[in-house]
Design a protein around this ligand. Structure first.
Ligand code: SAM
Length: 258
């Protein structure tokens, strides 16, 4: 991938004041700060962090309570790894998840309508498959799966849950993303009932393991948690809990949910 594929980011690179054209030629940097080297630096930073070790322990504890071994990761709303250091760190975390859970690379799928050609090359370098079928979050998860959705909008979570609104499907899903309870706390009751009924109904049944803050870059994994429902606690299949109101319409001509 060429470094011109995405905006050049300066994280971990010291700023050099601009020089005259002549001098610039003479002192042109010999090592290009390519997308690959940015990824490599991010992987090195994350993998040496105590934070990653702590999250891995939390994840394993959570999965042991979940009781199934995920064989797939669906990643939604990653953002642009070329243009955003947040997205790049989250991509490295996704790769870590895959490796630590020994999930086959072909079962690690990522969809975000903002992916550029450079982002797609980045995904390819990381052995992550780009999912081109944008279903606005409405993916049916028929096998035990992790939905990795860092900082997605409530609508995207809602669409995923609605598409999987049965004990059979919900029993397959571990969400690694925003604490869903925060959406409930932040949204007026009426809006919750009409626009986010699945989130509102599911939250009381969720087991939640909140990741510690990632101190060097707190925004990247802010409010991120491993979450899944305890099936035995969910209402019986004939309970009104499972009857949802009509889905509210989301207009997104460009496939992007805001
Ligand atoms: C708030 S941003 C989060 C970006 C990044 N994960 C972060 O934490 O900085 C939400 C992301 O959801 C993505 N998104 C919007 N609609 C989507 C869709 N239909 N499927 C997947 N991702 C979508 C947006 O493009 C955006 O990158």
């Amino acid at each position: 991938m060429s470094p011109t594929d995405g905006p050049f980011l300066y994280d971990n690179v010291s700023y050099q004041p601009s020089r005259s054209r002549k001098k610039r030629k003479k002192h042109a940097p010999s090592i290009e700060d390519s997308a690959q080297s940015r990824l490599d630096r991010t992987i090195a930073e994350l993998s040496s962090s105590a934070w990653l070790a702590a999250c891995t322990t939390l994840l394993k504890q959570g999965l042991s309570a979940f009781g199934k071994r995920p064989s797939e990761i669906l990643c939604l709303g990653l953002g642009s790894p070329c243009a955003s250091a947040e997205a790049r760190r989250q991509l490295c975390f996704l790769v870590h998840l895959r490796d630590v859970l020994q999930i086959c690379p072909q079962n690690v799928l990522a969809c975000d309508p903002i992916f550029s050609d450079g982002d797609v090359s980045c995904l390819r370098q990381c052995d992550v498959v780009q999912l081109t079928d944008n279903k606005m979050g409405k993916y049916r998860l028929d096998k035990p799966s992790i939905a990795f959705m860092p900082h997605c909008t409530a609508t995207l979570y809602e669409n995923l849950l609605r598409e999987n609104w049965s004990t059979a499907c919900l029993s397959n899903i571990v969400v690694i993303g925003n604490c869903l309870a925060e959406y409930v706390d932040a949204t007026p009751v009426r809006k919750l009932q009409t626009e986010y009924p699945c989130i509102a109904r599911l939250v009381p049944y969720l087991v939640v393991h909140v990741f510690p803050a990632y101190a060097p870059h707190a925004a990247t994994f802010f409010n991120t948690a491993v979450q899944f429902a305890i099936m035995e606690n969910l209402p019986a299949e004939n309970d009104s809990f499972w009857d949802l109101p009509e889905a509210s319409l989301v207009h997104a001509d460009d496939g992007e949910i805001r």
